[in-house]
Design a protein around this ligand. Structure first.
Ligand SMILES: [Ca+2]
Length: 174
């Protein structure tokens, strides 16, 4: 019986870990921003209140032109070339004065030169005001990217005079 239990446990463990791995392989970053405040991140750069998950989210407003930024070398994301990516996030626009872009870029590490740029113009996609809404988009990356070039994701205020809030962001390899 003891042997059986052990075997069953091991099988279960193996099943769980292989399943987790299948999911993790595709995800580049997934953030609910709950554990970010104070970890080298100015708490004032985060939204604190009724977030989509928990009480923290990412924001831009009249005092914050860009949000805290995700950045990672393409070669670190995947040993093979990243051909396309999928972005999804939850957005809260309090009013029509909230615009902003959830932007994706590939940049040269030394010069910061943009080799690819895309993004979701949230006010054009999100219909509701004062309510969380999901947005998503796919991007095909250029064929000549190199492993040292960096994938960057951030929220930009554009010409918003009201705050733009995003939560539960997932960026994955498509
Ligand atoms: Ca959150």
């Amino acid at each position: 019986m003891k042997k059986f239990t052990l075997l069953f446990g091991l099988t279960l463990l193996a099943a769980c870990s292989s399943e987790d791995k299948a999911v993790d392989d595709k995800i580049i970053t997934k953030n609910d921003f709950e554990a970010l405040a104070g970890w080298n991140t100015d708490p004032a750069a985060l939204f604190r209140g009724k977030a989509h998950s928990g009480r923290y989210a990412l924001k831009v407003d009249k005092d914050h032109e860009f949000s805290t930024t995700f950045e990672m070398a393409l070669g670190y994301i995947s040993p093979t070339r990243v051909k396309a990516i999928h972005l999804e996030a939850w957005v809260l626009l309090p009013s029509d004065k909230a615009t902003g872009v959830l932007g994706v870029q590939v940049i040269e590490p030394e010069t910061g030169k943009e080799v690819f740029g895309g993004g979701i113009r949230v006010a054009e996609v999100v219909k509701a005001r004062g309510k969380w809404e999901k947005v998503e988009a796919d991007y095909t990356l250029p064929e000549n990217t190199t492993p040292t070039q960096r994938l960057r994701l951030s929220l930009w205020r554009a010409n918003a005079s009201d705050q733009v809030v995003i939560d539960d962001v997932t960026l994955s390899v498509k």
